[in-house]
Design a protein around this ligand. Structure first.
Ligand SMILES: Cc1cc2nc3c(=O)[nH]c(=O)nc-3n(C[C@H](O)[C@H](O)[C@H](O)COP(=O)(O)OP(=O)(O)OC[C@H]3O[C@@H](n4cnc5c(N)ncnc54)[C@H](O)[C@@H]3O)c2cc1C
Length: 475
């Protein structure tokens, strides 16, 4: 039997497949499309996702294809400099088109041995206490121990499970396309600056070679958003606002997206789980959706490995919902807040002015950036040290860097005392005896996703936390 079927080979599904394969778990990715999409939605990675790539040894590949930008200006587009002393080794935004992110994650998963089948649409599922049966559009039936729906905002898996998806419906559609323009950059910029004073969903981002990412509000809400707009439709909407269509021609692709904001009520039903857009959707303000999905996969991967390999302590798999559902709820809320701040009504504009003034306080600016970049996420592991439940930033060690030691996706005890032991868990947890000038506590136990599971120096205390997160010791 297949261990885990991943429905959907977008960034979430491919990240998850890579995490499963790090531990040799049989992972099958199914994607309904015969070819990867050429439509570029997300434009970059925020600090926490950059750290995730570093923790898995993938950062070099991403840096080679991306461009680093200053981190400021992401909260509702309010331009402020990045706060000083941001708590990360990667205080920048990595500009990289989503298509390249997907390619790199797919290559990584495939190199590790993930089986990837394209042109395979999941249309049915059933489950019992032993496993899941998945039905494909061509009638094929596959059996696996677990199924994860990473199949996007219109998730078939979520619908088949009957999981509620409460929130707000689409109110407006936006048309988007990569097109060539004949207008000169000077006249284009002048017109855009003028239009954006009253319409923030309008813009043209230069991509080089005369190609621009051109966006404009649509007329109303489409009945079927899977049908792309025509070039004429986009040009017409651009003309309505700008008085010109800038001579748009030769589209590489055209798409439309909505502003619905919804969160799945449950991330797990028995042996079926949801991750990424299948679990949450919201407008792209702040550039968080793809990042959120990658981090869902990073949280879920090792927990599924623990279940499949038989060492999962009670409740570990449920901790996926308990930890990630509130994180998504918070992203949805910050997106709602940003959308309000982008409104041109006088009330929201007054609040925007106030928020902008407040962001001149370093602590406020940092708080908002930590939200958007996800480096401020704190899981509730109970009372304790301030690092407990936080992800640990990369720190220098005598032998190198902490993140370089996490590529295998195992737990890690960073022991600055040299007196502790993980004997009994050595098959799941690495022990590193070393010191760091950047780390105060005598020792920290990190989960495979880099979150701090324990801080201290007492061996008995450590043992209880090893059992809590990594199950019973091996004989
Ligand atoms: C205009 C725009 C700009 C954005 N900008 C950003 C940004 O800058 N930063 C950011 O973080 N996020 C951004 N986002 C959000 C981001 O694109 C999504 O959050 C991200 O794609 C979610 O990834 P996913 O893997 O969960 O889902 P998807 O990328 O939607 O992938 C789902 C996959 O599942 C497959 N699939 C669907 N149904 C089935 C089925 N039944 N069987 C098998 N396969 C199936 C699909 O073919 C697809 O490959 C933006 C979104 C939009 C629309």
């Amino acid at each position: 039997m297949i261990a885990v079927i991943v429905a959907g080979g977008g960034p979430t599904g491919m990240m998850l497949a890579g995490e499963l394969r790090l531990h040799g778990v049989h992972a099958l990715v199914l994607d309904k499309e015969a070819e990867p999409t050429s439509i570029v939605r997300g434009l970059g990675l925020h600090a926490r996702s950059i750290e995730v790539m570093d923790q898995r040894g993938l950062l070099g590949r991403f840096l080679a294809l991306g461009k680093q930008y200053p981190i400021g200006g992401f909260f509702a587009g309010i331009r402020k400099p990045a706060p000083a002393r941001l708590n990360t080794a990667h205080p920048y935004v990595l500009g990289i088109p989503q298509t390249l992110t997907e390619r790199l994650l797919t290559e990584h998963a495939a190199e590790l041995g993930a089986e990837i089948r394209r042109g395979c649409e999941l249309v049915g599922l059933s489950q019992d206490e032993h496993g899941v049966i998945v039905e494909l559009a061509d009638g094929t039936r596959l059996r696996s121990r677990y199924l994860v729906g990473c199949d996007g905002g219109r998730s078939t898996v979520r619908n088949l499970l009957g999981v509620d998806f409460p929130g707000e419906p689409n109110r407006v559609d936006t048309l988007l396309g990569e097109v060539k323009l004949t207008a000169s950059p000077e006249s284009l910029n002048a017109v855009i600056a003028e239009v954006r004073k009253t319409e923030k969903r309008f813009g043209a981002v230069p991509l080089g070679d005369g190609v621009y990412r051109l966006g404009a509000p649509a007329d109303g809400v489409a009945k079927d958003r899977t049908i792309p707009p025509t070039l004429e439709e986009l040009k017409q909407q651009v003309r309505k606002l700008a008085g010109t269509d800038f001579g748009a021609h030769s589209p590489r692709w055209l798409t439309r997206f909505g502003d619905a904001t919804r969160l799945a009520e449950r991330y797990r039903v028995g042996r079926v789980l949801l991750a990424g857009d299948a679990a949450h959707i919201h407008p792209p303000t702040g550039g968080q959706g793809l990042n959120l999905g990658i981090q869902d996969a990073f949280n879920l991967g090792w927990k599924l490995v623990a279940e499949v390999d038989g060492w999962a302590p009670d409740g570990l798999l449920d901790s996926y919902h308990n930890e990630r559902h509130p994180v998504a709820a918070d992203v949805l809320d910050n997106t709602r807040a940003q959308m309000e701040l982008l409104s041109l009504e006088s009330g929201p504009q007054a609040v925007r002015k106030l928020v902008s003034e407040l962001m001149d306080f370093e602590d406020v600016n940092r708080y908002l950036i930590e939200k958007i970049t996800a480096i401020g996420i704190h899981y509730d592991f109970g009372e304790g040290h301030e690092l407990l439940g936080m992800r640990l930033r990369d720190v220098g060690l005598k032998r190198g860097r902490l993140y370089e030691l996490m590529h295998g996706g195992r737990g890690l005890l960073l022991d600055q005392t040299g007196r502790l032991s993980v004997a009994g868990w050595a098959d799941r947890v690495d022990q590193v005896v070393d010191v760091s000038e950047e780390l105060d506590p005598p020792a920290v136990l990190l989960r495979p996703d880099g979150h701090v599971a324990w801080v201290g120096e007492d061996q008995t205390d450590l043992l209880s936390q090893l059992v809590r997160w990594f199950g019973a010791p091996a004989n």
